[in-house]
Write a protein that binds this ligand. Structure first.
Ligand code: ZN
Length: 250
């Protein structure tokens, strides 16, 4: 089975549409949350993501933008965007966001995998470095856990020690992919990257394909119309910083 794994779309349909056109052949989609927040097209992002599939975990922005959680822990720019999003969501989409499931979820009982937004131990925790990834890898919910939240493509694996995984991409202008063969004796935390707001210094949209038969994860980076997404953010009256950071990939 080929599983397309996407995360952190963040209402950026320019990025999502470029990815949809470029998606490799897949059988099912797992969405790791933060469909909305930051970007200017939350309703369109929800519609497209729901067309792609029905397996989701909720992200912290999905919760904040639908009123499931308050804005504690949100910086002023993120909070402004959450308030704007809540105001601009259709009632139906607001209800849909409210009932998204909390991770970890087991998307397929035949597979030894789990999906979360932040960490298997805490849905809102950021797993940025090896230190933070160690506790969830010591007591893994599954051999392979897919997570988002940090907007950093790659992840971690444990085989005696914990190591970081960072796909080595070269040219930030072209579509690219990097393969990672999963070792049967390893335990993994895999982040497909963010479609709508990458933060690893590479502004291209990120996603991943997990081939369960081959035990192979392929990371993708896809250029998209960044200027178009920026224009929408500014026209919507969202904080200009949210437009600027798309070009930096930070
Ligand atoms: Zn996010």
């Amino acid at each position: 089975m080929r599983v397309l794994i996407i995360s952190d779309v963040h209402a950026n349909i320019q990025a999502l549409d470029a990815c949809i056109e470029a998606f490799p052949a897949y059988d099912i989609v797992w969405n790791l949350g933060d469909v909305v927040g930051y970007g200017a097209n939350p309703n369109e992002a929800i519609a497209r993501c729901r067309q792609l599939g029905n397996i989701f975990v909720r992200g912290n922005h999905d919760k904040a933008c639908s009123g499931v959680s308050d804005l504690a822990g949100f910086n002023p720019v993120a909070a402004m965007a959450a308030i704007w999003t809540k105001k601009n969501l259709t009632p139906e989409n607001l209800e849909w966001l409210k009932v998204l499931p909390q991770g970890p979820i087991t998307p397929d009982i035949e597979l030894n995998v789990a999906c979360v937004h932040g960490s298997p131990l805490d849905e809102d925790q950021y797993l940025i470095n090896v230190h933070e990834a160690t506790a969830p890898l010591l007591h893994p919910a599954a051999q392979c856990t897919f997570f988002g939240h940090t907007h950093l493509q790659g992840g971690f694996f444990k085989q005696e020690e914990v190591h970081a995984i960072r796909p080595a991409f070269r040219d930030p202008k072209l579509p690219q992919r990097v393969e990672l063969k999963l070792r049967p004796e390893g335990t993994y935390l895999i982040n497909p990257g963010s479609i709508g707001q990458p933060r690893d210094g590479d502004p291209r949209a990120g996603f991943a394909l997990y081939d369960t038969d081959e035990s192979l994860v392929t990371f993708y980076r896809m250029p998209y119309d960044i200027a178009g997404a920026q224009k929408k953010i500014l026209e919507a009256g969202l904080p200009p910083r949210l437009a600027e950071r798309l070009a930096d990939g930070r």
